[in-house]
Structures are given as C-alpha cells and as structure tokens.
Design a protein around this ligand. Structure first.
Ligand code: BTN
Length: 329
C-alpha cells in the first residue's frame, strides 16, 4: 500500500473521531513534516482533512473523483479483486487496457477504471457512452479455473455483485435482465461486457467490463437512449458518491468470485434468479439471425438461460439479445 493509501485507511478507521497524529506517524513511519506534506497533497485532491492540535486528524469528506489509493484503502488486505487498481483520466476502453495487461501476464484481480472512455463498447458491437465523471466505467481481469463453457458464471457474478452493491449504497434494488443488464423501473442503469480468452479446455482469462450510470441528468443521455436509460441520481433524487459505490462493488465482486472459485455457483445462481425479472417471462432471443421464443425457466449450472419453447423443448441460451414479450398466457 502506498503512504497515501495507508493514511486514508487510518483516517477511515477513525471516521467518527480523531486519530492522534503521533499514532499516524508511528503506523506510517513518517515525521511530522512528512505527515503535513501528505495531508496537504490530499487536500489538493479535494479531501477535507481536519487537523486539531490536541486531538489529531479526521477525514471530513472525500471528493467525487476516483483515486486508486483511496479505493485500495477501503478493501480488505488479502483480496483478489482490486489487488491492484489503476485509474485513467481517459482511455479508449477499459476492457482494452485489461486485455493488454492480461496478454502481458499480469496477475488476476487488477481493476482498471477510467473517468471517461473514447471507445467504450457494449455487447453485440454497440457503443457505450462514458461521459467524464458521471459513471463508473471499469474492467476486472480474472483468471478462473473454469471450463470455457462455464465462463457465463462470471457474468452472473458481475450482475449479482453489482445489484447488491447498488442496493446497499442507494436502497434501490435493481432488476437483472438476462444476461447482464441492470434495470430500474424498466430503464437500463448498467451493463456488463464479459470478454474471454480461452483454449478448448481451459480459460486463459476473463475480463468483466462494467458500465454503471451514476450521476447523469436526463439531458446527459443522447436523445435516442433517453427513454430507455436512467442513472442512480435520477432514480434516487440525489447524487451518489462514486468512490463509495466503486469500493462497495469491488467488495461484492470479491465475495461472489470467491463463491464461484469454491464451486458454490448454485447459491449465487439462486440469488441471481431472485433478482432477475426475465425468469418466468415469455421472451424472444435474437442470436445473430436466429430467433428463439419461449418461457425463461431458470439458469443452468454454467449460467446459461434455459428457455422452454412453444414445442415444450428446453433450449440452452448462452448469449443474444432478449426482449420480454408484453403479455402472454
Ligand atoms: C452492455 O450493456 O452492452 C455492456 C456495456 C459495458 C460497458 C463497460 S464500460 C467499462 C467497460 N469498457 C468498455 O468498453 N465496455 C465496458
């Protein structure tokens, strides 16, 4: 951990009171002058830190910018997800950066955030708008010991962890639309782009790319998506602190990834199904040129959607574009 991360961690531990300067200096191995310097630098970044002669230091507020040290300071020490965090002011696509790191042999768990993306992409080749400072645009590199056919489990990890973190931070429980959209009141608030590199019998790496619309006003969305999309701020009626939210999401991702690594996907799938509004509905799935219709029944062990077609057959769907039919018997 960097000195700034250690300092922020110490301040957060004493969020409701002061931590003595002598205690911080001892823990971080800093002189008083060096501590003053670190506090001044953090204040420059927008952190409000109070220093009182006989009481010590206290963190009053943190700015709504993504700061790798601060994010790492909020995560448990022996984590996988967020073991390393890198924040870019601007990049093409965080999935591209993660892909390059994967090819360079970087360990799993690295997370790439960008304040904005110039070529953010969604599923099925769609563009993903990523305006500066309005949302969370990030990618997680994982190297799971799964078969390629089981990789859909990680999309389920992404959607479930994201839904749980949004709920804990905003009190709004988003619906999951298969495979990996989060909706509030029928409007999309987040999407997940899972990309994989694999051989026939093993996964090399998986990149979970998450786009979450946090603080947009309606006018921040392009006119063609305005009716279909929403943000947490629009739903909640007040802005959401992106740093708090990002840390909460990484903690939930760690929890659900560990469940999959321990072979406990079934429990995760149950939670996913309870949040998924697609289950039980009549849907049409477009898979390239192919169109499949039926009732969404459940997820299978590998995270695929099981559809019962009009002929009573079960179709296993691993990708595609799902539309929920308005009203069916
Ligand atoms: C979708 O709903 O189609 C998936 C959208 C995924 C967007 C995220 S933003 C971070 C990461 N980088 C990208 O280019 N895409 C994903």
């Amino acid at each position: 951990m960097t000195t700034d991360a250690q300092l922020l961690a110490a301040l957060r531990e004493h969020r409701n009171g002061y931590i003595a300067a002598s205690e911080v200096m001892r823990r971080l191995g800093l002189s008083l002058a060096a501590l003053d310097g670190r506090v001044a630098d953090l204040r420059e970044l927008g952190y409000q830190i109070e220093v009182k002669p006989h009481l010590g230091c206290r963190l009053l507020s943190s700015p709504d910018v993504l700061h790798a040290d601060d994010l790492m300071a909020r995560l448990p020490a022996n984590r996988v997800v967020g073991r390393d965090i890198r924040v870019f002011k601007e990049t093409t696509s965080t999935n591209d950066v993660a892909e390059k790191l994967a090819r360079d042999g970087v360990k799993q768990g690295v997370v790439i955030f960008a304040e904005s993306q110039t070529k953010g992409r969604g599923r099925l080749g769609r563009k993903w708008e990523s305006p500066v400072g309005k949302g969370l645009w990030f990618s997680v590199l994982l190297r799971p010991q799964l078969l390629p056919t089981e990789a859909t489990q990680l999309t389920v990890v992404g959607a479930t962890a994201l839904a749980r973190a949004v709920q804990s931070q905003t009190d709004i429980a988003p619906d999951i639309k298969w495979p990996n959209d989060l909706l509030i009141g029928g409007r999309k608030v987040a999407g997940i782009l899972t990309e994989m590199s694999a051989e026939v019998d093993r996964v090399n790496h998986v990149i979970i790319g998450i786009g979450l619309d946090v603080n947009q006003a309606a006018s921040d969305f392009p006119p063609d998506v305005r009716k279909l999309a929403t943000s947490l701020k629009l739903e909640r009626g007040q802005p959401v602190h992106r740093g708090d939210l990002a840390a909460a999401i990484l903690i939930e991702l760690e929890r659900d990834y560990a469940r999959v690594c321990r072979g406990e996907f079934a429990a995760l799938a149950d939670e996913w199904e309870s949040r998924c509004t697609t289950i039980g509905q009549h849907v049409t799935v477009l898979i390239g040129e192919r169109r499949v219709q039926g009732r969404a029944e459940s997820l299978d062990d590998s995270g695929a959607l099981l559809l019962r077609t009009e002929h009573g057959r079960i179709e296993r769907i691993i990708g595609g574009d799902v539309t929920v039919e308005k009203s069916r018997p």
